[in-house]
Design a protein around this ligand. Structure first.
Ligand SMILES: Nc1nc2c(ncn2[C@@H]2O[C@H](COP(=O)(O)OP(=O)(O)OP(=O)(O)O)[C@@H](O)[C@H]2O)c(=O)[nH]1
Length: 579
């Protein structure tokens, strides 16, 4: 796999892993944040439902007062009843608005008892109608049965509202278990308030009719007291930090003092008066005026608990939002760091490595055009690039040396084949070339000729003008002969003042003619020495040919040498051919 692809793949896998981890973290924080938000909302719904239940309980007080009064009822009692009804309607309307404004999460919708609210509306309208009808009757016609039935109808309203409270409490506990215990206590206080109200209402009929309590009334009072005490104990069961909160402790103490001491003593007084056959000394309205305020600490305790739960939910909501923001920031920082790390790795490692690889490949191909960059870096990549630069310099040196060596070999080769004085081929090179040509001529069944010539009286040139002048004569003769030859014809210095020519391909006659032309060229060319002297020299030529598969170069030379000898002997400056 290519390095770039491996790097891209590694980067993608790393990014995926980090994104997965961050996604998991963010999802957890988001869930926490949402749960805290939902908990906060359902808590508000629960509070609204509790207030509605409380208002329904309150409404019973003015109802009892109106039903216990004459016709028309005391306008103050009537006004209280209307105010209580308006308060109840307002509380229910607020609960509905709250529900409509910010619906609870779909998962909880089933847990929220919306149906009881509809039933409550119908039951409330019917109960109020019954109250109004009974209040319109003269007190004598308000039989205990009708009174207790009407009061019972009012009683039945509260459980419907409490159903909603219970539903919202469960929903709150479900989405937000942290405040579940506080909410349970709050719900118990609502129930306690309801039973406290019922305890008071149980005295409505006897007080309204100024009749003693029946055994059934006593039993009912007994039952309600038991349930109230039970609820009181349940509320006091320790359930965590909330029980040590000073505000909660103070609210519980006030409830004990005002309701469980004063309020219940009032009920006991009525009971004792009934048993002793004494008048009660108060009607229903007067009883309610003394008893109802004693129940307010119960609701105060509920409010304190709810405020604590709200505060806790708000704190958690803010904490969750803070945590979510922090997780988002940390996530963004991690992603940024990863991206930067990958970019730095790419820039500092991968790209230099790829460049170095390209440089090495080019070096291998003898191309030094890409100098490795970044050799100043103080790290391993820098070490590698410096080593690469050294390798490149060494390779360049080696290539230069190799070129010099080849040049030298070529030069040596030329020198080995060249006569140092005249620059034409020397005897060794001529012999090699001659053997090659002779072999080729034998194969093709052709004739090969050789012309051997020697400068006449050369010793006297040396003697008369000096050795240097002799050298100049030899150089000049070589030039003259070389200029006279055609392609494929070679000339060599055979030794001393003796030269040899090999024509391209010709017989004895043509070689003789060539020798004659060369002789004439030498003889007719005046040679000007460096000191200004002008010389004319001649040469004698011997021509011989070889033919056939067994021809040897030595024999050919020997034959030419014999012919040359004859040319010398016959007067010099002439051409003699093999006989
Ligand atoms: N200047 C010079 N002289 C050379 C060189 N090689 C040989 N000689 C001289 O050539 C002369 C040859 O002389 P000889 O063999 O007597 O022949 P010649 O004087 O040419 O007489 P013939 O060949 O009989 O015509 C000698 O004096 C050699 O020293 C050379 O490279 N340079």
């Amino acid at each position: 796999m290519r390095l770039t692809r491996l790097f891209a793949l590694t980067g993608a896998v790393l990014a995926l892993l980090v994104c997965g981890m961050l996604g998991r973290l963010l999802w957890g924080e988001w869930e926490h944040y949402r749960a805290a938000g939902s908990g906060h909302h359902t808590l508000q719904l629960m509070q609204r439902a509790m207030i509605a239940a409380e208002k329904l309980s309150f409404e019973r007080g003015p109802v009892n007062a109106v039903l216990g009064d004459h016709v028309p009822a005391d306008p103050a009692y009537r006004a209280r009843l209307l105010r209580a009804r308006a308060d109840t309607d307002q509380a229910l309307a607020q609960l509905r608005r709250e529900l409509a404004a910010a619906p609870v999460p779909a998962a909880l919708a089933g847990a929220l008892p919306l149906a009881p609210l509809g039933r409550l509306d119908q039951a409330l309208a019917a109960a109020r109608q019954t109250v109004d009808q009974l209040a319109a009757l003269p007190p004598a016609q308000r039989t205990p049965e009708r009174l207790s039935e009407t009061v019972e109808r009012m009683f039945r309203l509260v459980p419907l509202a409490l159903d909603a409270v219970t539903g919202y409490t469960r929903a709150s506990e479900q989405v937000y278990p942290r405040i579940g215990r506080i909410l349970t206590k709050a719900r118990l206080t609502v129930e306690l308030r309801e039973f406290a109200g019922r305890l008071g209402s149980a005295l409505t009929v006897p007080l309204a009719s100024a009749q003693p309590l029946t055994e059934s009334d006593h039993e009912r009072l007994q039952f309600l007291r038991g349930r109230i005490e039970q609820l009181r104990q349940l509320i006091k069961i320790p359930s965590g930090d909330i029980d040590t909160e000073p505000r909660v402790l103070a609210a519980v103490a006030r409830m004990d003092q005002l309701y469980f001491a004063t309020g219940q003593r009032l009920v006991t007084e009525v009971e004792l008066a009934s048993r002793a056959g004494r008048p009660y000394g108060m009607d229903t309205g007067q009883f309610a005026q003394r008893y109802v305020p004693c129940m307010s600490p119960i609701l105060a305790l509920r409010d304190v608990l709810l405020e604590e739960a709200q505060a806790q939910a708000l704190r958690d909501f803010q904490d969750a939002r803070h945590e979510l923001m922090l997780a988002l920031l940390v996530g963004a920082a991690i992603l940024l760091a990863l991206t930067l790390l990958l970019l730095i790795l790419r820039r500092r490692v991968v790209v230099p490595l790829l460049r170095a690889t390209r440089a090495v490949v080019r070096l291998g191909n003898g191309d030094f055009s890409l100098p490795p960059s970044g050799a100043r870096r103080d790290d391993e990549i820098g070490d590698m690039l410096r080593a690469l630069a050294t390798l490149r310099a060494n390779s360049m040196d080696r290539q230069r040396l190799e070129q010099e060596r080849l040049h030298l070999i070529e030069e040596l080769k030329v020198r080995a084949d060249t006569d140092y004085l005249t620059g034409i081929l020397n005897r060794r090179a001529f012999t090699a070339a001659g053997n090659l040509r002779l072999r080729g001529a034998s194969e093709r069944n052709e004739t090969l000729a050789v012309i051997l010539f020697d400068v006449d009286h050369f010793k006297s040139v040396n003697d008369s003008y000096g050795h240097d002048a002799g050298d100049q004569v030899l150089i000049r003769i070589a030039d003259v002969v070389r200029d006279s030859l055609r392609d494929g014809e070679i000339v060599a210095r055979y030794g001393g003042e003796e030269f040899v020519v090999m024509p391209a391909c010709c017989g004895l006659e043509a070689a003789g003619a060539l020798a004659e032309r060369l002789r004439e060229a030498i003889a007719s060319e005046p040679l000007t020495l460096s000191d200004g002297h002008i010389l004319r020299v001649t040469a004698s030529f011997g021509v011989a040919v070889a033919h056939g598969p067994h021809a040897a170069l030595d024999d050919l030379f020997h034959a030419a040498d014999l012919a040359l000898y004859r040319a010398k002997h016959n007067g010099r400056n002439r051409v003699e051919s093999q006989v």
